[in-house]
Ligand binder design. Structure first.
Ligand code: PLP
Length: 336
């Protein structure tokens, strides 16, 4: 068990002692059936994952429940998304039950690392191609490592719940139109340049990608507008990540009487929006957005402070995650 305080260390920089790992070869995965001690890999310098980005990952969380037990949020949906990412990399995905077991084994062996809410145990399934062949740019990896790491975490954005500022990027896409829904490492590398430039130039927290006058998502979270009556977010297509938090919020909002609109949001609509805005993601949870910079001009939402609808949705979500309100959607999988 780690003694480091996740609220005093960068998100994702503390690792639990154990992990689960399986090896992909001949279109199947071999797993010993239990977690083992986390140790460094030995990787051939010609590995496919290093050269040709045959890698993908997931991000989900185990939450300490108010009764002291631990439960994973929307485990099955994350398993399915990881399998879909692998399919997009032209790698045969593991059986659903195998990846689910690997995640449960890892979390069970690190369960005492799960902090109290608002902390959690972040779960990082990952795959990378190990085929030793630098000539294999045009063929998929035929071997790989699939594993599940755990990391006790506190807040993703420094300073807890505070209004974020976003730069609206109108020319560059976060990634490509067909690969945005894949949780592959290359997508994150593509978003880095525009994000660092906007941070340096405008001092913003994140970039909101809106090329072709189409507001989609930031580098690692989905985007919402909300007022007292309605919730608006981009409709699903292959251009951006289909957030599982996004889906959870839509279900909660529908059941709380909001009119949910999944559709295109234009930059003009954003610049005229005077109610609330927020980001959503496993790491970000629901993070209020106070202002956006559009064509060099700052536009604040409302009084620029976290709004009541945003906080209401956030509480509804986190109450389910920690077992404070009923799990009526069946989103929790008990670990202990
Ligand atoms: N968009 C991107 C690019 C992300 O990396 C994430 C985080 O996983 C999200 C959106 C939110 O997805 P989820 O709610 O499933 O964590």
């Amino acid at each position: 068990m780690t003694n480091l305080d996740p609220f005093n260390e960068p998100f994702g920089s503390i690792f639990s002692d154990n992990y689960s790992i399986s090896y992909y070869s001949n279109e199947s995965y071999s797993y010993e059936g239990h977690s083992t001690k986390l140790e460094n890999f030995s990787v051939h310098p010609g590995a496919h994952g290093i050269h040709y980005s045959s890698n993908c990952f997931e991000g989900l969380k185990a939450h300490r429940q108010i009764d002291g037990s631990v439960a994973i949020f929307r485990l099955d949906d994350h398993v399915n998304r990881m399998r879909q990412s692998l399919t997009s990399l032209q790698v045969k995905p593991p059986e659903f039950d195998l990846l689910k077991k690997m995640i449960l084994d890892a979390v069970a062996s690190n369960v005492e690392d799960t902090p109290q809410s608002p902390g959690s145990l972040y779960i990082r399934p990952a795959f990378f191609g190990t085929l030793e062949n630098v000539g294999a740019a045009a063929t998929p990896t035929t071997t790989g490592s699939l594993y599940v790491l755990n990391s006790p975490v506190g807040d993703y954005f420094k300073g807890g719940i505070r209004p974020l500022s976003l730069f609206v990027e109108e020319s560059l896409a976060r990634t490509t139109a067909q690969f945005g829904m894949v949780k592959g490492g290359a997508n994150y590398a593509l978003a880095l340049g525009p994000t660092l430039r906007a941070k340096a130039e405008y001092g913003v927290d994140q970039v909101l990608f809106a090329n072709n006058n189409d507001v989609t998502e930031t580098g690692a979270a989905n985007f919402f507008l909300v007022d007292d009556n309605k919730l608006i977010t981009r409709h699903l297509d292959t251009s951006f990540l289909h957030g599982i938090t996004r889906d959870s919020i839509i279900q909660i909002a529908n059941d709380s009487g909001f009119k949910v609109e999944e559709r295109t949001i234009t930059v003009e609509e954003l610049s005229e929006w005077n109610s609330e805005a927020f980001l959503s993601g496993t790491a970000a949870v629901i993070a209020p957005v106070g202002s956006v910079i559009i064509k060099g001009e700052t536009h604040s939402f409302g009084d620029g402070q976290p709004g009541s609808n945003t906080l209401k949705l956030r509480n509804a979500l986190t109450d389910i995650q920690i077992g404070k309100s009923e799990d009526k959607y069946g989103w929790l999988t008990k670990v202990s």
